[in-house]
Design a protein around this ligand. Structure first.
Ligand code: ADP
Ligand code: MG
Length: 235
């Protein structure tokens, strides 16, 4: 894959029908992103950030428009093909961590590969070590702090070495000190060449990413403040 445009979104619309009226969660949104960018997505609650992340990760498809990741047009894939694309290429991180309460930290990291024939437990251990949790692999989520849970979720997102990481308010439920550490981890992943898109309300997160996009009413706001990292900063 070349280093140029990595994500191309054109004219995507998503309308939800709620109690007899229509909600335009995405209203003809366009966006492009280069490989290796770290970008935040800001905007008020209800502006469509989560819906957009779901489209970029192939969790859902738009009613209209196109979503291209690398050479793959996601809207042309079947549901099964999209699931396979997602497993191989995308890591998701959520606000509420979405860990399985009855599984240990290590087992949670292994969830995306539980149907693989390969034994990935060594890799899962390495990832837990990488996020600073090697001494917590046998802990259940209920025995971990919010920041630790989010780090388990990040390790889980990395298990298949995705090129694209999508995080939905990843620091929304952790204290600001821990948030700082999580952002440093994201920066590190970005410096290794991963492309990251982080939906956030957190100015700290936005200030440390190369680019900040703002959403309103299902579109990107044009001409909003955009901070670009100095050339060469991302690699
Ligand atoms: P954000 O993440 O920026 O808060 P969302 O993408 O979650 O925004 O939501 C955008 C709009 O779409 C909101 O008005 C929300 O209520 C609506 N919406 C999102 N998901 C659904 C759904 N599954 N069913 C109905 N409406 C939805
Ligand atoms: Mg949201």
């Amino acid at each position: 894959m070349s280093d140029g445009q990595f994500i191309t979104v054109e004219g995507i619309r998503k309308t939800y029908r709620v109690g007899g009226s229509n909600v335009n969660a995405l209203d003809g949104l366009d966006m492009t992103l280069a490989k290796g960018e770290m970008c935040t997505l800001m905007g008020p609650s209800g502006s469509g950030k989560t819906t957009l992340l779901n489209m970029l990760g192939g969790l859902d498809v738009p009613d209209e428009g196109s979503v291209r990741i690398g050479k793959v047009e996601l809207t042309r894939l079947s549901e099964g093909q999209r699931a396979a694309f997602r497993r191989g290429n995308v890591g998701f991180i959520f606000q509420f961590f979405n860990l399985i309460p009855s599984l240990t930290a290590l087992e949670n990291v292994l969830v995306p590969v539980m149907f693989d024939s390969r034994d990935m437990s060594d890799r899962a251990r390495e990832l837990l070590e990488r996020v600073g949790l090697s001494n917590r692999e046998g802990h259940l989520p209920g025995e971990l702090s919010g920041g630790e849970r989010q780090r388990v979720a990040i390790a889980r997102a990395l298990i298949n070495d995705p090129s694209l990481i999508l995080a939905d308010e990843p620091t929304g439920n952790i204290d600001s000190e821990t948030a700082r550490e999580i952002v440093s981890l994201f920066k590190e992943l970005n410096s290794e060449g991963k492309t990251l898109i982080l939906a956030t309300h957190d100015r700290l997160v936005a200030s440390r990413s190369g680019r900040s996009l703002r959403m309103r009413d299902g579109r990107l706001v044009r001409g909003g403040p955009q901070k670009r990292a100095p050339a060469g900063d991302s690699g």
